[in-house]
Ligand binder design. Structure first.
Ligand SMILES: [Zn+2]
Length: 254
């Protein structure tokens, strides 16, 4: 009997630890902004004309092929979005990264390496990686200074894979970063976006969870992501939501 109780206890602890590290909304290790809805207690200044306002965020760029297509669609609909950039990709595609900022979008770091083993690293290695990622964002800021009206918030950070744990939390805190999560995960990476039915599944999934202030997680590295984006914008607007708004560069938890 004691043996069975022990197994149940161990299993419960494992389930909790997995949940705690993989659920960015739970905020067990790191408090992340996962929505800009004022009623959720955040002090983010939101340039919203009404409450039915949504935010689009794109991870894993800059991508030299897909990101410009995404930027074209956003420009067509006069939408500003959040881009979380990988430092290594900024090194390779700096012009694309600069074009994001020069178009007036808000950019933050998505780590330097986006290494798949990053959640298993120790504090020092994680901190070094995040620090380098922030440095690349800061360099972009200084290079884009000549473009009037551009803003970049160098303290914004989206944890790769949405994973947090005690070493990651310590690194985020010591670097003074503000973690930005999401309230709607599109799972766009799991679908073939060249297929209309597959895109519709992503859109239906997102539209079923729309709420004022929601932050939608998308990726600007996927083939046909710009087609998905255009269809998504139309679907969201049909639901009476506005996406033409941008959070302030100075974000912090209340
Ligand atoms: Zn990512």
């Amino acid at each position: 009997m004691i043996f069975i109780l022990l197994i149940i206890l161990v299993c419960s602890i494992v389930v909790f630890l997995v949940y705690a590290s993989s659920s960015i909304q739970a905020g067990i290790y790191v408090k992340s902004i996962c929505s800009f809805a004022p009623y959720q207690g955040y002090s983010a200044k939101v340039e919203a004309e009404n409450e039915k306002c949504l935010f689009l965020s794109f991870d894993d760029g800059p991508d030299p092929v897909q990101t410009p297509k995404i930027l074209s669609v956003l420009e067509k609909y006069n939408i500003k979005a959040l881009f979380f950039l990988i430092g290594e990709k900024i090194d390779k595609h700096e012009d694309t990264a600069l074009s994001i900022i020069k178009a007036g979008h808000l950019a933050g770091s998505h780590s330097y390496s986006h290494n798949p083993y990053y959640p298993t690293w120790g504090y020092k290695r994680i901190k070094a990686d995040l620090e380098l990622g922030q440095k690349r964002i800061a360099e972009l800021l200084s290079k884009s200074n000549n473009a009037p009206g551009t803003t970049i918030a160098s303290n914004l950070f989206r944890p790769p894979f949405g994973v947090t744990n005690p070493p990651i939390a310590r690194a985020i805190k010591s670097l003074g970063l503000q973690s930005i999560g999401w309230s709607i995960r599109s799972f766009d990476t799991k679908y073939d976006l060249s297929n209309r039915d597959e895109r519709q599944k992503v859109i239906s999934r997102i539209c079923a969870s729309l709420k004022p202030g929601a932050i939608i997680l998308l990726h600007d590295r996927l083939e046909c992501s710009h087609i998905l984006l255009e269809e998504l914008i139309c679907a969201i607007e049909k639901e009476g939501y506005k996406i033409n708004c941008k959070p302030s560069a100075e974000l912090k938890l209340a």
